[in-house]
Design a binder for this molecule. Structure first.
Ligand SMILES: Cc1cc2nc3c(=O)[nH]c(=O)nc-3n(C[C@H](O)[C@H](O)[C@H](O)COP(=O)(O)OP(=O)(O)OC[C@H]3O[C@@H](n4cnc5c(N)ncnc54)[C@H](O)[C@@H]3O)c2cc1C
Length: 728
């Protein structure tokens, strides 16, 4: 419901803000070609979108072909993205033929369709050749058609998401006739007529007096409007008035009374499904009960035919094609999503927080994804004890930024886009690891949804066995919906970036390893190398953090690292920890395929390991080779205190390569040097890897707990532990 804005731009903006405050759903912005001083409709729309929070905007476009349809499409998509999915586009005949309007619809939908990788080319009224599609809107921008002639009604039935009555206070009889045209055209086009929302514009005055149509009391307005909803199928009523009292009373009195009357006459059917367009339904996968998606998730669920699907189908390293992505915003929605997933026991189930899983397959082919990215709250619970609550979908760069004003931090990983959910259930090897240990070492409690849909809390006091398992193997036990951490003081840090000659690769690695081991714990260092490049010397990038803001301490710690070999480049900065973590923009993921990643933990960089690593790097089998220092505070925690048991290692070694077979073969040759692995950097799915990740008694205990907490093995997308039912 709305206020319209054929009024001066400044007043339109004030009116829209009032409408937003009053809880109106939608404002209609009409192009004004009469008044020379009227604002450009897209500039006005952008302004209003920026001033309002919830209000949807329906923009009526009347200046085609002066505004090319492809330009129009980019404007509407961009504004939808910026406004968080609040745009609607209204097209009418105006100066255009019906065929031309149809052509505009084709272009706007084509520009939104990023499932198609080819640039957009169309014929017809507005021929286009090779126009780049996108960006991906925040939602499938509904296209409305406004008009009353038989042809435009037919087009609405064939292609529109919504139809808007062309004049105010349309008679119910005329609405019924229009509906018949629309319904028939929809059916002929193979659509469900319910796909097309019907909208009317009304005008009148709310008062105690008169009793003509929409001139009277709230009660009369309800009596007048109710038949349009019940018999005319109207889903949206737009109010066109400049009377401020009527705008106010309509929102406060008429809307609730009308909704109550509708519910009384036509109780809400909670099993009713969201009606998707036929072309969207056509892309559904067999085996998924799309019409059984729980009501709480219906609006946010994404299917293969949806325009937003390309934004959610894949993860950072893995291209996927899930059958449905369920975006949960609350614990109750996670429970609903899990219940839906459990109706499909044979389909893959992936749990996704921020989509940076390497071992964790948080996308899949043809299955179900439970996406927690909206559950991204970061909350300080108790300032005195520094306890913070993090949602699984929060990204570590946002956590660092939120804790900075308190002078606190939590060591996570090196990449700001990684999510709390995946990292804090596995380990967390980060920039402050040697001083502060793993991320999980500061976890105090979790709230989880278990396989049977129940919710539990696990901590040192409650469900201790589950809490032990969550810290290292959490993905196997349920969906963590909230994490409680105790943060610690983190001021500015020193960050050194060195490019060091590594021509004698083995010698360099050995010397770097010895230097790091000899360094105090406030130093943590990561080393990155790639294969040799033609006509370029072998070099290593060495990134080192000193957990201190004292320049003398920083220089003292970094100098030995800089001395490991001849320097090609160096840079040292003192910066907030949050600035170090703010290292990604975070748009959607669109990877080409799926690389192989391998992990190994090692106590010392021995000469034998250094030589084997040099061989691997120079073979070209891997394009990324990294060693991170761990040890220090990570090793202070006893191996049996958490499910992350490989505590004695001083270094974590990782490599990425394009060809899994070659990478595995090369890595297997290195295995003799390793003592376990960190599962978050591992993609190999051979069963032996479980023993590497969870050595000795740890694996046995985890399998027993798996039988207790997830006996049917619902959670299996990440280093799957099969339940040990005999001993469970
Ligand atoms: C570019 C990059 C840099 C990285 N850097 C580091 C680093 O410095 N240090 C480090 O330790 N790791 C690092 N990692 C690995 C990273 O920690 C893991 O891949 C982690 O799982 C990613 O978390 P996510 O929530 O973003 O991933 P997602 O893909 O959302 O989740 C990965 C898996 O975690 C599980 N999971 C996710 N959410 C939950 C939940 N709420 N409850 C239970 N299980 C859940 C699921 O099994 C899921 O498949 C990096 C990864 C990438 C891609």
């Amino acid at each position: 419901m709305i206020t319209t804005t054929s009024i001066a731009p400044d007043r339109a903006s004030v009116r829209a803000s009032q409408a937003d405050d009053l809880g109106y759903d939608l404002a209609l912005l009409q192009h004004d070609s009469v008044h020379a001083d009227s604002a450009d409709i897209w500039t006005l729309g952008s302004w209003i979108a920026g001033q309002t929070d919830q209000l949807q905007l329906a923009v009526t476009v009347a200046d085609i072909p002066r505004r090319l349809p492809s330009v129009l499409a980019r404007s509407v998509i961009s504004l939808d993205l910026l406004s968080g999915g609040r745009m609607n586009l209204i097209l009418g005949e105006n100066n255009l033929s019906v065929d031309a309007v149809g052509s505009v619809i084709e272009i706007v939908r084509g520009m939104m369709d990023l499932s198609e990788r080819k640039a957009l080319s169309t014929g017809g009224y507005f021929p286009l050749r090779g126009v780049k599609r996108g960006p991906i809107p925040a939602h499938d921008v509904p296209i409305w058609i406004n008009g009353a002639g038989p042809e435009i009604l037919q087009l609405a039935g064939q292609k529109a998401d919504s139809w808007l009555a062309p004049y105010q206070n349309m008679r119910l009889e005329d609405l019924r006739i229009a509906n018949q045209f629309i319904d028939q055209a929809a059916t002929d086009a193979g659509r469900d007529p319910r796909e097309i929302r019907r909208s009317i514009v009304v005008s009148g005055m709310i008062s105690d007096a008169s009793d003509t149509f929409l001139q009277g009391t709230t009660r009369q307005w309800v009596d007048d409007l109710l038949p349009f909803v019940l018999q005319g199928g109207v889903g949206t009523v737009l109010l066109d008035t400049s009377d401020v009292d009527t705008i106010d009373a309509f929102a406060r009195e008429v809307v609730p009374a009308l909704q109550e009357a509708i519910e009384r006459e036509r109780p809400v059917d909670s099993s009713a499904t969201r009606i998707r367009r036929a072309d969207v339904r056509a892309k559904r996968y067999a085996g998924i009960e799309y019409d059984a998606v729980p009501a709480s998730l219906r609006d946010s669920a994404t299917e293969p035919g949806d325009v937003t699907y390309p934004a959610v189908r894949s993860t950072y390293i893995r291209a996927g094609s899930p059958g449905i992505v369920l975006q949960a915003r609350t614990t109750a929605e996670v429970v609903d999503a899990l219940a839906f997933a459990r109706r499909h026991p044979d389909l893959p189930l992936s749990v996704r927080s921020a989509g940076h899983g390497i071992s964790g397959r948080s996308t899949n082919q043809g299955g179900i994804v439970i996406d927690l990215s909206q559950m991204n709250e970061i909350q300080v619970i108790d300032e005195a004890s520094r306890v913070v609550r993090l949602g699984p979908g929060a990204r570590w760069m946002d956590v660092a930024a939120a804790l900075q004003p308190y002078g606190w931090g939590l060591s996570s990983g090196d990449y700001g886009g990684v999510g709390v959910g995946g990292l804090a259930t596995a380990g967390g090897i980060g920039w402050l690891s040697r001083k502060h240990g793993l991320t999980i070492d500061h976890l105090k409690a979790v709230d989880m949804v278990l396989a049977d849909g129940s919710t539990v809390r696990a901590s040192a006091e409650e469900n201790q066995d589950l809490f032990w398992a969550v810290r290292g193997a959490g993905a196997n036990f349920g969906i963590v919906v909230s994490f409680e951490f105790e943060a610690y003081e983190v001021g500015n840090i020193g960050f050194g970036q060195f490019v060091i000659d590594a021509g004698d690769t083995a010698g360099f690695l050995e010397k770097w390893g010895a230097t790091i081991e000899a360094s105090p714990r406030d130093l943590t260092s990561f080393l990155i190398m790639g294969p040799p490049r033609r006509n370029q010397p072998m070099a290593a990038q060495v990134l080192t953090v000193v957990a201190s803001d004292d320049p003398d301490t920083i220089v003292d710690r970094l100098q030995p690292v800089a001395n490991v070999g001849p320097l090609y480049n160096q840079q040292v900065m003192i910066m907030p920890y949050a600035a170090l973590m703010a290292n990604t923009q975070g748009s959607y993921h669109d990877p080409g395929g799926e690389p192989a990643a391998r992990s190994g933990l090692i106590e010392y960089i021995t000469p034998e390991f250094a030589r084997a690593a040099e061989h691997l790097i120079k073979s070209g089998t891997v394009y990324f080779f990294q060693i991170r220092s761990v040890g220090g505070a990570v090793s202070d925690v006893p191996p049996d205190a958490t499910a992350y048991a490989n505590r004695s290692a001083n270094f974590s070694v990782t490599a990425f390569g394009p060809d899994p077979e070659r990478v595995n073969q090369a890595w297997d040759e290195l295995a003799v040097h390793f003592n376990g692995l960190y599962l978050s950097f591992e993609t190999d799915q051979r069963p032996e890897r479980l023993e590497d990740a969870f050595p000795g008694e740890t694996l046995h205990r985890l399998q027993e707990l798996k039988a207790k907490w997830d006996p049917e093995n619902v959670f299996r997308d990440n280093f799957n532990l099969t339940p040990n039912v005999t001993s469970g």
